[in-house]
Design a binder for this molecule. Structure first.
Ligand code: AMP
Length: 525
């Protein structure tokens, strides 16, 4: 059986197999049976694609054209199919559509009915064998006997499973391990974890941390190689065409490369003040009259990382060294404001400066840390101003350990019509004396007690600081406060003056309108 006929058979078996491990074994066994040169095509097709991810061409047809007969000529191989797709994608000019269809019709004519069905599904991008990207990656690692973590790292850097498969098949673990970033292939941006204070960041970073202003704009990754400049968004959409001003800056001010920079762009109004995030997104989505848009809504760029300089890959180098390379590449221009600090007091001073300059907070980065594409952890923290709400205490859990005897974990609610809706819990913020007083007060308001949680009449209002509002699958309100802590007991406020659920929903929306995050799947850039 030809290698393509076996792929078609494999597709059928994958569909009929339920278990993940069984699917994995089938995939790995098939890949192992192929010569290294065929592995790339096989992985591309198994991923339900006619062309590799890294191939900028498209097939430009809606489906596989119908063909007469079937199975005529020698059996189709993976190489035959790949060649047909490549030739179809190459058709240019006036008769391109017909040329594409002819080429694919010829391909279909050589296929058996079952092969034709699989080809049609590849052409429409709907193979649906249940072999998702993650599973194919695992199969590649298994095929090459390489640790999954190393295969995954190579995938992050190359962005293309087929390329990973070929590397793995040819050079095994060593080749995967030696993979570095490439100009023209965007890397997932490194992300940050939320910290509530600088002591946490300083402790995690071994006593010294690099602070940078946290600009309230949109992430960009800029690649330059000679005349070629490309810009990607946080979600790795290619936004080069929409941002001619950024491209121009790269052409004029940056060295020839190969160079990869990470940074944030902010839209400015006529007076040079940052504009809300929605305005900025208009720039990112624009594909027509981009020059006019660039004049109307100029962008400020703040670079903060360098992943490659002069063709030298830097992601595995420490932050401090990458910053030095960034400073050298940019000549010190358009860099994020930054300070190295070794004390929380110095950090708070820098934080105050960032807020005074109108920014939403600071980043705290470990000077010794490598760049982790797609990683979110304690190497990079974000520290933002806490916002506050006025919540009503709806119930309290009995404390344990040091808090035994107290009602110490407060269930917080916001107003929802005539009632109150739970939005979080906290045992933070009160002194021992306050805990004791609050326990007496809440006990007097008790309406129910299950031995652990005491429900109370909603009368006590507290000011609560939080760092983020999250969607909550557990609370009927649908929202929950992250890192909530009591900052004041608001005896001057009646429960009827507490924050409402509607207000909380607006605050939740505003987080995404103005901050660099985004609800899952909710934003394109
Ligand atoms: P968040 O989206 O709240 O998780 O914050 C992380 C985002 O802040 C990043 O993805 C960037 O878009 C943005 N950002 C702004 N300034 C910086 C900076 N100096 N370093 C890293 N990220 C920054």
């Amino acid at each position: 059986m030809s290698d393509f006929a076996r792929l078609v058979e494999l597709a059928g078996r994958l569909e009929a197999t339920r278990g993940r491990l069984d699917k994995l074994a089938l995939l790995a066994e098939y890949l192992r049976s192929l010569p290294p040169d065929a592995v790339g095509d096989a992985v591309t097709f198994l991923s339900g694609r006619a062309l590799p991810v890294s191939d900028p061409r498209t097939l430009g047809v809606r489906g596989l054209p119908a063909a007469e007969g079937g199975g005529a000529g020698p059996p189709l191989t993976l190489a035959d199919v790949a060649a047909a797709f490549a030739e179809a994608a190459d058709a240019r000019g006036g008769g391109a559509r017909r040329a594409r269809e002819e080429r694919l019709r010829a391909l279909a004519a050589r296929a058996t009915p079952r092969e034709r069905e699989i080809l049609a599904r590849i052409v429409t991008g709907e193979l649906r064998t249940g072999a998702a990207e993650g599973l194919v990656l695992e199969a590649i690692a298994l095929m090459a006997g390489a640790p999954l973590a190393i295969a995954r790292r190579a995938f992050l850097l190359l962005g293309d499973l087929a390329a990973v498969a070929v590397l793995a098949a040819r050079g095994g673990t060593a080749a995967l391990e030696a993979t570095t970033a490439r100009v023209g292939v965007p890397l997932l941006p490194m992300l940050a974890e939320l910290a509530t204070d600088f002591d946490e960041a300083l402790a995690a970073h071994g006593g010294s941390t690099a602070l940078e202003y946290k600009y309230d704009g949109a992430r960009i990754q800029l690649h330059k190689d000679g005349d070629r400049v490309a810009v990607w968004s946080r979600r790795l959409s290619d936004v080069t065409r929409s941002l001619p001003d950024v491209v121009e800056v790269a052409r004029r001010e940056l060295p020839a490369g190969p160079l990869i920079l990470d940074g944030e762009v902010v839209a400015l109004d006529a007076a040079g003040r940052p504009l809300p995030f929605q305005e900025l997104m208009r720039r990112f989505r624009r594909v027509h009259e981009v020059e006019a848009a660039a004049r109307e809504l100029p962008l400020a760029i703040h670079f903060f990382d360098c992943l490659m300089a002069d063709g030298r890959p830097l992601i595995d180098r420490p932050y401090a060294e990458r910053w030095a390379a960034l400073a050298a590449a940019t000549g010190g221009r358009r860099l994020a404001e930054r300070a190295l600090v070794t004390s929380a007091a110095a950090a708070r001073e820098f934080f105050a400066r960032a807020l005074a300059a109108g920014h939403e907070g600071v980043m705290a980065k470990d000077p010794a840390s490598a760049y982790e594409p797609g990683g979110r952890g304690k190497r990079w923290f974000k520290v933002k101003v806490a916002e506050t709400l006025d919540c009503v205490i709806l119930a309290a859990d009995r404390g344990s350990g040091r808090r035994r005897g107290w009602l110490s974990n407060y269930h917080l609610g916001v107003r929802d019509g005539g009632a109150f809706a739970d939005v979080g819990k906290t045992f933070k913020g009160l002194t021992d004396t306050q805990f004791a007083a609050m326990t007496a007060r809440l006990s007097a308001l008790a309406v129910a007690d299950d031995g652990y949680t005491v429900s109370v009449r909603p009368e006590v209002v507290v000011e609560v600081a939080y760092n983020e509002i999250q969607k909550s699958p557990t609370y009927p309100s649908g929202l929950a406060l992250r890192f909530a802590r009591v900052t004041r007991i608001r005896d001057d406020k009646a429960p009827g003056q507490a924050t409402t659920l509607a207000e909380l929903r607006r605050l939740y929306e505003r987080q995404f309108a103005t901050k660099g995050g985004g609800p899952p799947g909710g934003r394109s850039a």
